[in-house]
Design a protein around this ligand. Structure first.
Ligand code: HEC
Ligand SMILES: [Cu+2]
Length: 405
């Protein structure tokens, strides 16, 4: 049900107003109208009551020459007026608020459904699309403009609250049950790809509006609203990323997208150290906690080394590479930005940089076992590369394991 709302209130605000941010969803103007309506009534009564109070205090102040008379005990007309008028106003406020509330919490049947979850103690928003694609809030979540989006939300640990001010949407996530909310975004956010002036995509902020513990303030996300075409292209990319079963390829792609701006895959120093020989030689680092110098060596303690690399990616401030003391803090934390699987792929890929030949052997072994067709096409491809002696590589592959079950 839609109630008539004054035209002024339904006019989209071009930009953010003094009180509220940009209206970026279909019901934002209506929610704002309720807000301004209640604000207006409050202001009128505040002024009326204050002015009358001051006026009466002055007008009827006690004067020495006057003797006080008995107070008036009853005035039916006046009492009815001050009961009925406010009641009507309160009923109108309730009515508008209730109708808008129902609208905001009743998703349309044709909505595109996305699942929102916060994993145990992760303080990371995870969005799962109907096709299984998963994206975290920090990576940037994309929705198509002018389409109904319904969110089915739950949490594994505490109560959180999904809050996008521009959409005027706020709804709690609770462990052990699903809550729903929906929106229809009406304003696109600009893409860096389309606009050379932008360094990164524009987005609406996603906040957690429920104090939920240690990392509550870090629980943010980026909501991007794109045209259907751009959304589809983005989704196709995500599907490809999800379906790529080859960890070398997946790792190479993540590296190119997220790390290559600062790290070379060889031994050259860029903003950060060259990561080509990362696994091939001992790494000297300074532990920030106590300034101690430590050396990690994959050859002698692979487990400690892998954990060091993991830490270097997720919490770059924990260690600083010797020679890069001035650059501590330059590398952003990738916590919540990379999924476990991507992190794994990255490590497998970076390992392969240290010994490309061994990496090729590992990769062929992997493909031969799990993706025979891809193995064949890879061998074909390599045959065309004059620098690779494929037969010698194939000779070095381990004997295929007998599948006994
Ligand atoms: C904005 C630039 C930047 C980006 C992006 C970046 N790094 Fe770094 N990285 C650095 C700098 C600077 C250092 C050296 C200072 C330090 O150790 O904190 C470093 C250090 C490292 C180290 C420790 C190297 C050593 O010598 O032991 C690893 C491992 C690493 N980065 C991996 C990555 C990976 C993987 C990614 C992508 C997911 C990445 N970095 C993205 C700048 C960056
Ligand atoms: Cu939270």
């Amino acid at each position: 049900m839609t109630l008539p709302t004054p035209t002024l209130a339904t006019m989209p605000l071009a930009e953010a107003s003094y009180w509220l941010p940009v209206q970026a969803s279909e019901f934002a103007p209506r929610i704002d109208w309720v807000f301004y309506f209640i604000l207006g009534i409050s202001v009128i009564f505040f002024v009326l009551i204050t002015v009358l109070m001051v006026y009466f205090a002055v007008r009827y102040r006690a004067r020495p020459e006057e003797i006080s008379k008995s107070t008036i005990t009853h005035n039916t007309k006046l009492e009815l007026t001050w009961s009925i008028i406010p009641s009507i106003i309160v009923i109108i406020i309730f009515f508008y608020g209730f109708i808008e509330y129902l609208d905001a919490y009743t998703p349309p049947a044709d909505a595109y459904e996305v699942f929102v979850d916060v994993e145990d103690e992760s303080w990371v928003w995870t969005f799962t699309y109907p096709n299984g694609v998963q994206v975290t809030g920090k990576e940037g979540v994309v929705f198509p403009v002018n389409e109904n989006i319904r969110l089915v939300m739950t949490s594994q640990d505490y109560i959180h609250s999904f809050f996008v001010p521009e959409f005027r949407v706020k709804r709690d996530l609770m462990p052990g049950r699903y809550t729903h909310t929906w929106f229809k975004a009406t304003r696109k956010t600009a893409r860096a790809e389309d606009d050379p002036e932008l360094e990164e995509d524009e987005y609406y902020n996603l906040f957690c509006a429920e104090y939920c513990g240690r990392n509550h303030s870090l629980m943010t996300g980026e909501i991007k609203i794109w045209s259907r075409t751009d959304f589809d292209a983005w989704m196709a990319e995500q599907v490809e990323r999800m379906e790529d079963p080859d960890p070398f390829e997946a790792g190479r792609r993540v590296f190119a997208q997220r790390c290559a701006v600062c790290h070379s895959t060889e031994d050259e120093v860029d903003t950060g150290p060259g990561l080509g020989p990362l696994f091939a030689e001992p790494r000297e680092v300074i532990r920030s906690e106590d300034g101690e110098r430590l050396t990690f060596d994959y050859a002698t303690d692979p487990e400690a080394f892998e954990n060091y690399v993991r830490e270097a990616i997720l919490e770059p401030l924990t260690y600083t590479s010797v020679g890069f003391e001035g650059e501590a803090g330059t590398m952003p934390s990738f916590r919540g930005q990379l999924r476990e699987q991507e992190l794994r792929s990255l490590i497998i890929y970076m390992k392969s940089l240290a010994d490309p030949e061994q990496a090729m052997i590992d990769r062929l072994t992997f493909l031969r076992e799990f993706f025979p067709e891809r193995y064949e096409s890879m061998v074909e491809e390599l045959r065309e590369d004059p620098e690779v002696d494929v037969d010698r590589l194939i000779e070095q592959l381990p004997e295929p394991e007998e599948n006994s079950n």
